[in-house]
Design a protein around this ligand. Structure first.
Ligand code: NAD
Ligand code: DEZ
Length: 367
């Protein structure tokens, strides 16, 4: 079995090394020729799996993406050609929850806000949105949930988008869709952007195209700019650079980049391929991971916002990611390079807080 994998997918050797001939390459540069004699293709979100890429892939029988989002995969094409497919739903949801928690704490510091007095709206309440909602509740925030698909079954638990957009902070966690009853492409469009007030904070850790970046830039260049946290950008990696100085936090699509999240992503594909090949699943994602640098911390005081911020920074410092992004901005290939050489980041759950209240668990720590 010949397997072609994105070079930035960890643990491929450990999981497939003893049953596949493995070839790796840069995900953005995969070519139809490379797929000629390949049986299994493993990609991340930057490879467009479409007619063009698969033009010569006559042996291909399985495609896996080690990501949550699948907007880069032509799944109809795979179905038509009888090629098996798997993604990794939820694999990095915890990392996205950690990222948004770190961002919220930075927003609190920047605006001198007590987050417990503020309202957060989560737009898209699936795997990642639910992680964010859980952390915001643990901070004591009021949380509004907006998800028209889920709202159909449980209208009292969800609000309309217009209501969500009145929150102090609005965090987006939708898939990128162009069709259907609630498409998300430019969900945040010019008219919505114009209707927001300058005290509001927006967070995008889902897909860049969900926000109209050019319209946002226009708003930011006016007299009443918004506070923006942007992990994802329209037209990555060729993002709208002039928007960056108008953000509070800017990062290169790494919200989901915990080591645990990446391991779960590759592992989901390993499990799917084992099933397809009638092989026994002989490992767990946890077995792939090294020990975290800090295992436990004893607490001797209440978990209030400033202490939570210090504890989060022990595990994940979002400001380092932001600083690296601003420093590299404009250099050729900077976006992909930051992602390729992203430092090992652990999830908050790798740190045990001893003597902590149960809210620590809601924040994502181990107790
Ligand atoms: N920045 C990152 O590193 C990163 C990491 C993981 C996922 N993502 C992106 O985030 C997206 C969401 O991930 P997830 O795991 O939560 O997916 P999910 O499928 O579990 O949840 C998405 C939710 O969005 C809802 N939704 C769909 N259209 C909507 C609309 N118009 N308005 C409101 N809600 C809507 C769906 O009903 C669903 O509940 C992924 O598709 C992926 O593109 C980004
Ligand atoms: O959809 C996802 O899972 C995330 O966006 C993922 O973290 C993106 O990472 P990439 O596949 O681009 O390395």
């Amino acid at each position: 079995m010949k397997l072609l994998a994105d070079e930035n997918m960890p643990y491929v050797q450990e999981l497939f090394g003893d049953w596949a001939e493995i070839v790796t390459c840069a995900g953005r540069n995969m070519t139809p020729e490379q797929l000629r004699d390949v049986d299994v293709l493993l990609v991340r979100s930057i490879t467009q799996v479409n007619e063009d890429l698969l033009a010569e892939a006559s042996r291909l029988r399985f495609v896996g993406t080690a990501t949550i989002g699948c907007d880069h995969i032509d799944t109809d094409l795979l179905a038509r050609r009888g090629i098996g497919f798997a993604s990794a739903p939820g694999c990095n949801k915890v990392a996205v929850g950690d990222y948004v928690l770190a961002a919220l704490l930075k927003v609190g510091e920047h605006k001198n806000w007590q987050l417990k007095d503020k309202t957060l709206a989560v737009v898209g309440v699936g795997n990642t949105g639910s992680e964010v909602a859980q952390r915001a509740r643990a901070l004591g925030m009021t949380v509004l949930l907006c998800d028209p698909f889920k709202g159909e079954h449980d209208p009292t638990a969800f609000v309309e988008l217009a209501h969500a957009l009145t929150a102090d902070i609005v965090s987006f966690h939708v898939p990128l869709t162009h069709e259907g009853p609630h498409p998300t492409w430019h969900l945040l469009d010019q008219s919505i952007i114009d209707g927001l007030n300058g005290a509001q904070v927006l967070i995008n850790a889902c897909r860049g195209d969900v926000w109209d970046n050019a319209a946002l830039l226009q708003r930011q260049q006016g007299t009443d700019p918004l506070t923006l946290v942007m992990d994802v950008w329209e037209h990555e990696p060729a993002l709208l650079a002039p928007l960056v100085p108008h953000t509070l936090l800017a990062t290169p699509h790494i919200a989901g980049y915990s080591l645990e999240g990446k391991a779960r992503g590759t592992f989901a594909l390993y499990r799917a391929l084992c099933e397809l090949n009638g092989r026994q699943v002989s490992l767990t994602p946890e077995q792939l991971l090294p020990l975290p640098p800090i295992g436990a911390v004893h607490l001797h005081s209440e978990l209030e916002q400033a202490l939570i911020a210090r504890l989060v920074q022990l595990v994940y410092n979002i400001e380092h990611d932001d600083a690296a992004f601003r420093l590299a901005l404009g250099q050729p290939g900077f976006f992909d390079r930051l992602r390729k050489y992203y430092p090992q980041r652990r999830e908050l759950g790798s740190l045990q807080l001893i003597n902590a209240a149960s809210t620590a668990h809601g924040l994502g720590f181990k107790i």
